[in-house]
Design a protein around this ligand. Structure first.
Ligand code: SF4
Length: 438
């Protein structure tokens, strides 16, 4: 029998469950308060529920169905591409927060196969570079480094990004990311295991689509991030920009958005939630009719069909003009500005002419453009443009009255950019299988 998770349930569903067990309706809100406010990850922690009720719940349900397998922490100075990383692995249960094991350099050693019997829970942490347990002196030094980092973070001088590799009940793994920009703390969540869109710049699409994530598996990513925060930090934003095309898992994504937004759930304001799409027109139309004031981001990445179809195969059927028309429609219905995501790739879509074409394409659309230099992914041999080219691209769009934000790449130098951890783990497991076959 499949055990269901509570995190995938709405308030009315949980109320119906409580009543079916013979408990009063208000128990549902007590359970939700334990999960979303107090960070409980097991029924055992819910001390105001009777033992008998907890036992009945445990027989058929679980609070969390996923667990954090490992966390890669990247510390960057704003405007600087140098990074150091801290790797924390083998965290317990549904809660992150285990001790940080060691400090490694920005250029980690090659992945090393584990010894047989080593590791646990599917060996997710085996993905990460092996390292020696630090000595007492080194631990003290690291403690000082962490305290120093936290001070700098509070002074807004450092960005700390943390990438979570999350273990699903069927042994698959996904990623979610915690991004800090001053007081703004964002969880970037995945919606599918892999992705069928196969965009030719994205590590997430390399392995194809395995399956959709359940509502609980999506919600739990945000909860893992929230439970990992320091007591003086607050999760303020959620972006659906991790692995997968959210609008290809429409029903689960919309239900997860409602849970994350609900007062009885995580209580994240709708205007602080962003769903990103490669341009699934039917999904965009449905989303506009949902009556939730969330933001829509469209991964455009090209100023015309010729360039876009080469990088995003699904564009051949959709067509860039139809996407822009759907974006206008979305704005008309929701009055919410659209964000266009544009990954800058040297020699592909980053010339002056491309910037001018993009400005023409977006003329009159209520929008802003987020530019992001491409993350190098070995499979695609792509590289970001020079700083001068990036600046030229920004200025050209601005000259046409377009609001532009230039985003920084996160973690690509330790293979921790979007989809890369998962891809690295799979490559490693393939190698391991080959070893065993021989
Ligand atoms: S960019 Fe988005 S839609 Fe394209 S392959 Fe990656 S995850 Fe899928």
């Amino acid at each position: 029998m499949e055990i269901q998770s509570i995190t995938g349930m709405s308030l009315p569903e949980l109320e119906a469950l409580c009543v079916s067990i013979g408990e009063p309706v208000y128990r549902a809100k007590q359970i939700l308060s334990w999960i979303y406010e107090k960070g409980a990850t097991a029924f055992d922690e819910m001390s105001n529920l009777s033992k008998n009720f907890r036992k009945q719940l445990e027989e058929k349900y679980q609070v969390f169905q996923t667990k954090v397998d490992s966390i890669v922490q990247i510390t960057e100075q704003p405007g600087c591409n140098q990074a150091t990383s801290l790797i924390s692995s083998h965290l317990q249960g549904g809660k992150a927060g285990g001790e940080i094991t060691t400090l490694v350099s920005a250029h980690p050693p090659p992945l090393t196969p584990p010894t047989r019997g080593g590791g646990r829970s599917g060996g997710g942490a085996e993905l990460l570079p092996t390292f020696q347990s630090p000595s007492q002196g080194k631990r003290e030094e690291e403690g000082k480094n962490l305290a120093q980092k936290k001070r700098l973070l509070q002074d807004n001088k450092l960005d700390i990004t943390e990438k979570f590799l999350i273990h699903l009940p069927d042994e698959n793994v996904i990623e979610c990311v915690l991004l800090r920009e001053g007081r703004k703390i964002t969880a970037c969540v995945s919606t599918q295991v892999g992705c069928a869109m196969a965009c030719r710049f994205c590590a997430s699409g390399v392995l194809g689509l395995e399956r959709n994530l359940t509502v609980g598996e999506i919600v739990e990513q945000a909860l893992h991030v929230k439970n990992h925060l320091q007591h003086d930090e607050r999760l303020t934003n959620i972006v659906f920009m991790g692995i997968g095309e959210p609008l290809k898992n429409y029903d689960n994504v919309v239900k997860a958005v409602r849970i994350l937004n609900a007062e009885w759930g995580l209580g994240i304001g709708a205007r602080h939630i962003t769903v990103s799409t490669v341009g699934i027109i039917e999904g965009m139309r449905r989303l506009a009719q949902e009556g939730i004031q969330i933001n829509l981001a469209i991964s455009l990445h090209a100023p015309n069909d010729i360039i876009r179809s080469k990088r995003i195969p699904s564009n051949k059927k959709i067509g860039i003009n139809n996407i822009i028309a759907a974006a206008r429609e979305y704005f008309k219905t929701t009055r919410r500005d659209i964000s266009f995501e544009y990954i800058l790739i040297d020699g592909v879509n980053a010339s002056k002419q491309d910037a001018e074409s993009l400005a023409r394409l977006l003329k009159g659309v209520q929008c802003n453009v987020n530019l992001l230099p491409v993350n190098p992914v070995e499979e695609f041999h792509l590289k970001p443009p020079s700083q001068e080219t990036i600046e030229m691209f920004c200025k050209t769009l601005e000259k046409h009255g377009i609001v532009v934000t230039l985003r920084k790449r996160k973690g690509d130098n330790i293979k921790a950019a979007c989809g890369q951890l998962r891809l690295q783990r799979h490559k490693f497991l393939w190698k391991k299988e080959e070893l065993f076959v021989k």
